[in-house]
Design a protein around this ligand. Structure first.
Ligand code: ADP
Ligand code: ASP
Ligand code: MG
Length: 589
């Protein structure tokens, strides 16, 4: 019998009438011949309310007790949903995370799923009942209730769909699908018919709140077809599957408004210091993004990165500790910054995306204070006040409001990653563990660094347009505020075009009267590929640590959900590759 998982978010179960409405959707699916598992969130803004109650008492509530508190919200909804279904004449049973057997680690408030037992759900389904599962929660080995992180009911739903081998996982929410960007910020955003796992994962982790990013890790790993649709109407929504909607370079854009930027200034430039910093941050389970290490001056570098503002206090604590441990000069902290990102698988095959994005932003007179890129995304950090305008400019420059001329078939593809892993084993243990697909070495690259370019709108756009006009394709762009209010820009180019690129940027720096470009003609890029790499906070750290233990200095770092790349001296490339392969042997597919 076909099986379907339906998830209803907070607004979709905000009152008793909406719960009845959701129950009717479940009944319709059951009547069409499906076994049905319903996953629900807490009603309306219940979770926010519970958190604010705790915060009225203290700023630092105990995280175990927070989980006890927050998980109560979902427990109310499952009972009401079961009552609703029974009142409509259907057999139903509500189950908490513990009753189902959703085992997690014991990282309270950010727990990861280790395994899910299907026995109790199967028994109920086989007895003809609709199973109502509490989203967002699980149970640790110690028997404590855990929660999966804000928005985590999506992850519960897709994880259940994965273990049960569901035919589809429907995510019912207050929008009728996934849009090219948040339609509440840009009304001109367009609903997409389908979006690939990689694009959705990246967008979700860069601020598109419509899906919890970790749910997409499950979807990709286990090949679950996810259908995001409206709770309040019956139209078709958006399929999240193995394939992009079209070959357009950009599939969507996102803004993360609640970001903070932190810099550890004057770090002694020696192998191991960056590693030490990120190991401390990883221990605190904080996910960093936009990591930029400035070029060393007088033996010292600055390391900047962004974190969600909610993690900034914890991150500052860590930085103040590391400051002393590594003998850095000071910590700088900037709030009210926003990260605007464009994402698209098509970017891998088409150049020109970066300069187009920078141009669109600079034409609005908006300054970019930090840039990082990876194969399928480009992020720019701007001031919070400029966030919406930046998003609008970027959305419009890539014409995201228009339907692409040629659309791909709206269907899922066979998922490559699961062909190679033993699904049964994956289902029993380590469901959310990292899977590494490959580790590779690229020895065809050079790196150019402009240590002190004028820090004003349009510089990045101008520079990369000039480079593109010379037919040069750049990669791994990073830009950060350097010392004395100048910006540092660094990027990689193929070795074959290094001298051409140097002459282009040399002309620009003399025009600007700024310091001459530096370069490293032979660098190596080490790349680890997999799924959900950025949100697994420990992975970048393990890469740094492995290389540092081998006395290899790490240079530029680029992170995304599906790859982390690090540039090192060419002479260390082969050895670095071997070290990484040994380190990640157990996680390799
Ligand atoms: P739920 O409570 O159902 O989980 P959420 O509030 O978590 O709902 O997610 C739905 C919201 O996500 C929408 O109301 C919308 O404002 C926001 N959103 C952000 N980015 C996007 C996007 N790209 N497409 C659709 N909605 C988005
Ligand atoms: N109720 C939880 C939250 O508000 C989980 C969820 O809604 O997905 O974060
Ligand atoms: Mg949500």
């Amino acid at each position: 019998m076909p099986l379907i998982v339906q998830k209803f978010g907070g607004t979709s179960v905000a009152d008793s009438q909406k719960i009845l409405g959701a129950a009717r959707k479940a009944i319709r699916a059951a009547r069409s011949g499906n076994q049905v598992v319903v996953v629900v969130s807490a009603m309306g803004k219940t979770t926010d309310h519970l958190i604010s109650l705790a915060n009225e008492i203290t700023d630092h509530p105990n995280s175990r007790e927070m989980d006890m508190l927050m998980s109560s919200g979902e427990q109310v909804t499952i009972a009401l949903m079961a009552i609703a279904l029974e009142s409509l004449g259907y057999k139903a049973v509500s189950m908490t995370g513990a009753q189902i057997g959703i085992k997690t680690d014991n990282t309270h408030t950010k727990a990861r799923i280790k395994s899910i037992s299907t026995d109790s759900m199967r028994r109920a389904l086989d007895a003809g009942k609709i199973v109502i599962a509490a989203g967002f929660q699980g149970i640790s080995d110690d028997g404590d209730i855990t929660t999966l992180g804000r928005g985590g009911s999506d992850t519960s739903a897709v994880a259940l769909a994965a273990v049960l081998g569901a035919d589809e996982c429907e995510i019912y929410t207050d929008v009728d699908g996934v849009y090219t960007t948040d339609p509440r910020i840009l009304p001109e955003a367009r609903k997409v018919l389908q979006i690939s796992y990689d694009e959705m994962l990246e967008l979700a982790s860069l601020g598109a709140g419509v899906m919890h990013s970790r749910s997409i890790e499950f979807a990709k790993k286990f090949g679950v077809t996810v259908h995001v649709r409206s709770s309040f109407s019956d139209g078709v929504g958006t399929l999240i599957v193995g394939m992009s909607e079209s070959d357009a370079p950009v599939a969507g854009c996102a803004v993360a408004k609640n970001e903070a930027r932190l810099t550890l200034v004057g770090v002694p430039d020696k192998p191991g210091n960056a590693m030490w910093l990120f190991s401390r941050i990883a221990e605190a389970k904080i996910a960093t993004d936009m990591i930029v290490q400035n070029v060393g001056l007088e033996g010292r570098t600055d390391i900047s990165f962004t974190v969600p503002a909610t993690d900034s206090t914890a991150t500052l604590d860590v930085l103040n500790l590391v400051l002393v441990e590594v003998g850095a000069e000071r910590v700088e902290y900037q709030e009210k910054v926003a990260k605007v990102s464009v994402v698209g698988l098509g970017m891998e095959k088409q150049s020109g995306v970066a300069e187009k994005m920078f141009r669109a932003i600079s034409e609005k007179g908006i300054n970019i204070s930090m840039i990082t890129t990876s194969e399928i995304k480009i992020s720019a950090l701007v001031s919070l006040d400029d966030a919406a305008e930046t998003l609008r400019a970027v959305h419009s420059t890539f014409e995201l409001q228009k339907t692409p001329v040629k659309l791909n078939e709206p269907k899922n593809l066979p998922v490559q990653s699961i062909n190679k892993i033993d699904l049964d084993v994956a289902r029993i243990s380590g469901m959310e563990d990292i899977i590494i697909e490959s580790i590779s070495l690229d020895r065809q690259q050079s790196q150019i660094t402009l240590p002190a370019v004028p820090d004003k709108p349009g510089i990045a756009a101008w520079m990369f347009e000039n480079i593109a006009a010379a037919g040069i394709i750049v990669d791994m762009i990073v830009q950060s505020c350097g010392r004395g209010g100048k910006a540092m820009i660094s990027f990689t180019v193929p070795r074959s075009v290094l001298s051409k690129a140097l002459s282009v940027v040399g002309n620009l720096t003399s025009e600007w009267g700024s310091a001459k470009p530096q370069h490293n003609s032979e660098i190596a890029i080490l790349t680890v590929r997999g799924t959900g790499l950025r949100s697994h906070t420990g992975l970048a750290y393990r890469m740094f640590k492995t290389l540092a233990d081998g006395n290899i200095n790490v240079n530029v770092i680029s992170t995304s959900e599906r790859s982390i790349s690090i540039t090192v001296e060419d002479s260390s490339g082969e050895r670095g590759l071997q070290l990484l392969k040994n380190e990640f042997l157990a996680e390799m597919m």
